[in-house]
Design a protein around this ligand. Structure first.
Ligand SMILES: Cc1cc2nc3c(=O)[nH]c(=O)nc-3n(C[C@H](O)[C@H](O)[C@H](O)COP(=O)(O)OP(=O)(O)OC[C@H]3O[C@@H](n4cnc5c(N)ncnc54)[C@H](O)[C@@H]3O)c2cc1C
Length: 372
């Protein structure tokens, strides 16, 4: 008998959510995570309706909503003028909660589900399909050991070692850029986003819970990781004087997009960022992974009970959703690039058009990932 019905590699938000969904139905799940403790990096904040649906299914929707801030909409601005203003219908509203809190709530939820076990400080180094089971080679506290499972899900992120070992191609998709960001206190956070699509490049301002705001500045100069250069770029582009406390330092990230050439190999399935890397601009990666985890959990439960691996529907759906999300992100990034003259005029006209009455509802649907 294998050690687990399902082994999940990676306790990021997507692997943890899948573990909760499976364990709720009594499936025996082992989650193997190489980090010894939690991941405190500042990453996802936006939870779109498809992500909310997956959290509800995992019994976490109410807890997340209690802590999150609810976004009502936002404005796109250029040169001090509002190009487009959108308000979300109630069902479209986006929740805002820092990923470290979502992560903590997922861990807590998992700890109450008896058929799931989380193994921190367990790095998976090798994976082998062996017909009716899969073997994982692990390294923990200086010791190597092996575990087996009927099925394995690789939710081990963008640099997935499982994907590499299975020889699955990682194909670049259009859309990339350099950004710097910081989360900082602010006395009037509100419930709306401001996107400044300025000639010198994008500045995004998101309200966060507990009196904070996230500032994201696009492009180009390496010095944007520097506090003074970051504050100066915001001032120069938007006219806003950001008072950044001394303990807050902008971090840089490079947005890229990739998709795996296939999502299954034998009894191993790729999920989340291991399957598709989506630019953070647009805030879709975690939501995409959660929506896919929701669908995969049903297919896995069936596979565990029937012994037959049938993941084609999951694969089709996840690939289609990722392709759409990546197109949206590439579009958002193009709207935030530095621009001047006729290029800027055309771009502003496109943004204005998207905010007009006939298109406004469709634009809000696009931003909130309808159909994912
Ligand atoms: C700045 C920024 C802002 C973002 N904002 C948003 C947003 O607002 N909304 C949104 O939806 N998305 C957003 N994203 C994207 C989101 O953070 C990712 O899509 C999400 O974290 C992917 O989750 P995951 O569980 O698939 O992978 P990860 O979060 O990368 O988790 C993978 C886990 O696997 C573990 N692991 C890796 N290799 C091994 C191994 N060999 N053995 C064991 N464990 C292993 C890692 O330690 C990690 O814990 C943002 C990203 C960034 C960088």
């Amino acid at each position: 008998m294998p050690d687990h019905e399902v082994a999940i590699v990676g306790a990021g938000p997507v692997g943890l959510l899948l573990a909760c969904l499976l364990a709720q139905t009594g499936v025996d799940v082992g989650v193997y995570e190489r980090r010894p403790d939690s991941d405190d990096r500042s990453r996802a904040i936006g939870i779109h309706p498809p992500g909310k649906g997956a959290l509800d299914a995992a019994g976490l929707g109410t807890r997340v909503k209690e802590e999150a801030l609810e976004l009502e909409g936002g404005e796109v601005i250029c040169g001090g003028r509002i190009l487009a203003a959108l308000s979300f219908a109630r069902y479209q509203r986006v929740l805002v909660l820092p990923q470290r809190r979502t992560h903590a709530l997922l861990i807590e939820r998992l700890s109450h589900l008896p058929s799931a076990t989380l193994f921190p400080d367990h790095e998976v180094r090798d994976v082998r399909n062996e017909g009716e089971q899969v073997r994982l080679a692990l390294h923990t506290a200086g010791v190597s050991r092996e575990v087996t499972a009927k099925f394995v899900v690789a939710a081990d992120g963008v640099h997935s070692i499982i994907r590499k070992q299975l020889g699955i191609d990682w194909r670049p998709r259009p859309g990339s850029g350099s950004y710097a960001m910081v989360d900082a206190p602010h006395d009037q956070t509100g419930q709306r986003v401001q996107l400044h699509c300025e000639p010198a490049g994008l500045v995004e301002v998101f309200p966060l819970p507990e009196g904070q705001r996230r500032w994201v500045v696009a492009d180009l100069q390496r010095t944007l990781g520097d506090r003074d250069a970051f504050v100066a770029a915001i001032r120069q582009r938007t006219g806003f004087r950001l008072e950044l406390p001394l303990d807050r330092h902008p971090t840089m990230f490079r947005a890229q997009q990739h998709r795996a050439s296939r999502l299954t190999a034998g009894r191993v399935v790729l999920l989340g960022d291991a399957a598709h890397e989506t630019s953070p601009i647009g805030g879709q990666g975690m939501n995409l992974g959660w929506a896919a985890a929701h669908q995969l959990s049903a297919a896995l439960e069936h596979a565990v009970r029937s012994g037959r691996a049938e993941f084609r529907e999951y694969e089709r759906h996840a690939e289609r959703a990722a392709a759409r999300a990546q197109q949206r992100s590439a579009f958002y990034m193009s709207m935030g690039r530095p621009a001047a003259g006729p290029t800027l005029a055309v771009r502003n006209a496109v943004i204005r058009l998207l905010g007009t009455a006939p298109l406004r509802a469709r634009t809000a649907n696009m931003i909130t990932m309808k159909g994912t």
